[in-house]
Design a protein around this ligand. Structure first.
Ligand SMILES: [Zn+2]
Length: 279
């Protein structure tokens, strides 16, 4: 294939050769004469391609995701994570149950969006919540949300008046971030319990999430007394499922509280920086 402009001599050679031999066998050796056919005012803009080495971009798509957090909340989330994954100088986890739950969630194939809710207008008194936003029928990647209601946690009363049936007092003796870590432990217990079992994930989505949505829709227009028998049956099933799930998370929360309480002394003795987790 010929490229560029042919010099007069080369064009003459090509035309001569074409008349006597097969075109595909013609070999033309062409050396372009600079400037021979160049138009006087035409400027040629040189195009230069430069390969710039770029660092590899790693975008985390599954596990615990902080992409919905503001800059301020990202710092808070990092402080909570550092506490959860704190280790002794020799690398022993200070909170083995809590950090194992964190790692399970973070390395799972599901999307777990973390949200820190800080507002004086929160209508519920919840300390945390875990919801399946979008159920994946294949079971591989459910879209979920884990919320910590930090304003509620900050003002939550801790004392004998809020002791659970077995005597456990949530947040007893814990400071700000330690309280968040206790609630996180409770919610991460839900995360693992629900997401590690396909049937449980399905039941939670169908009986808790869908029922709550239907309930909300109904309550907007009519009083609850007018709910259909099917809706009432759904509510009974939802509450039965929640009664099964909640004690499991509460027992884990108690273990997490014990870990956080036991590690207080070790953490105050740690040199700043060794609290940072290794990833
Ligand atoms: Zn719970």
């Amino acid at each position: 294939m010929l490229r560029g402009s042919l010099s007069v001599a080369a064009l003459a050679l090509l035309l001569t050769s074409l008349s006597s031999v097969q075109a595909q066998n013609v070999q033309v050796q062409f050396v372009e004469t600079p400037g021979l056919f160049r138009r006087p005012n035409k400027t040629i803009t040189p195009v230069t391609n430069i390969d710039v080495p770029m660092p590899r971009l790693k975008i985390k798509k599954t596990g615990l995701l902080a992409s919905r957090l503001s800059d301020k909340h990202r710092l808070r989330w990092k402080a909570i994570t550092d506490l959860v994954l704190a280790q002794t100088p020799t690398g022993t986890p200070l909170h083995p149950v809590l950090s194992e739950l964190w790692r399970w969630a973070d390395s799972s194939s599901h999307i777990i969006q973390v949200e820190l809710i800080e507002s004086t207008n929160i209508q519920s008194s919840s300390a945390g919540s875990f919801n399946i936003e979008q159920f994946d029928p294949t079971g591989r990647c459910h879209r979920t949300t884990l919320k910590l209601y930090i304003s509620n946690i900050d003002v939550a009363v801790s004392g004998p008046q809020v002791a659970r049936r077995n005597g456990f007092i949530p947040f007893a003796g814990l400071r700000k971030e330690e309280r968040y870590a206790e609630v996180l432990g409770h919610e991460l217990a839900h995360v693992k319990y629900v997401l590690s079992n396909a049937m449980r994930s399905h039941l939670v989505h169908e009986l808790v999430e869908t029922t709550n949505d239907l309930l909300l829709l109904h309550a907007r227009t009519r009083p609850m007394s007018t709910a259909s028998p099917e809706m009432k049956q759904r509510l009974i099933q939802r509450d039965a499922l929640l009664r099964e799930i909640e004690p499991q998370a509460e027992s884990i929360e108690e273990v997490v509280w014990q870990e956080l309480t036991a590690s207080k002394k070790s953490r105050t003795n740690l040199i700043p920086g060794t609290r940072n987790h290794r990833r």
